[in-house]
Write a protein that binds this ligand. Structure first.
Ligand code: RB5
Length: 143
């Protein structure tokens, strides 16, 4: 199960992505449910806690730029949220950083590019090895 959530700026992209992936991805939607203005930290918290608790294997978070929602998500223990604007970043976020949440910016990334970023993110494995040591060092920075 993949958690997905957005603020109002990411709402349209979230809905389009849900529709696009409906037959091949199991997505759990944590809102928002309309174009009405809302606060991205609250959505980031819901998705991040679902991933942190292992209720969902990975997460996708969308706001206007992807910046605010990634900053918020990374406050939750065990979350490594990566803001990706292209497939190269998505690949490296998985291979080297074992990112468990993908953040997208709906105002700066097209629907087609978002689809490719998501496919890359979900289909790329963590390389472990020396990167595992660094992930554990990040874990020690948590409060
Ligand atoms: C909302 O206007 C916008 O600030 C938000 O979606 C996001 O881009 C923040 O980083």
């Amino acid at each position: 199960m993949i958690a997905i959530g957005s603020d109002h700026a990411g709402y349209e992209l979230k809905e389009k992505l849900k529709n696009h992936f409906k037959s091949n991805l199991s997505l759990k939607d944590f809102g928002t449910d309309s174009y009405n203005s809302c606060d991205y930290p609250l959505i980031a918290e819901k998705v991040s806690k679902a991933v942190s608790a292992r209720e969902c294997e990975k997460g996708i978070l969308i706001c206007g730029t992807g910046i605010g929602i990634s900053i918020a998500a990374n406050k939750i223990n065990d979350i490594r949220a990566a803001l990706c604007y292209n497939t190269e970043l998505a690949e490296m976020a998985r291979r080297h950083n074992n990112a468990n949440i993908l953040c997208l910016g709906a105002r700066v990334t097209s629907f087609e590019t978002s689809i490719n970023i998501i496919k890359t993110f979900l289909n790329t494995n963590f390389e472990s090895g020396r990167h595992e040591i660094r992930i554990n060092q990040i874990k020690k920075l948590e409060k």
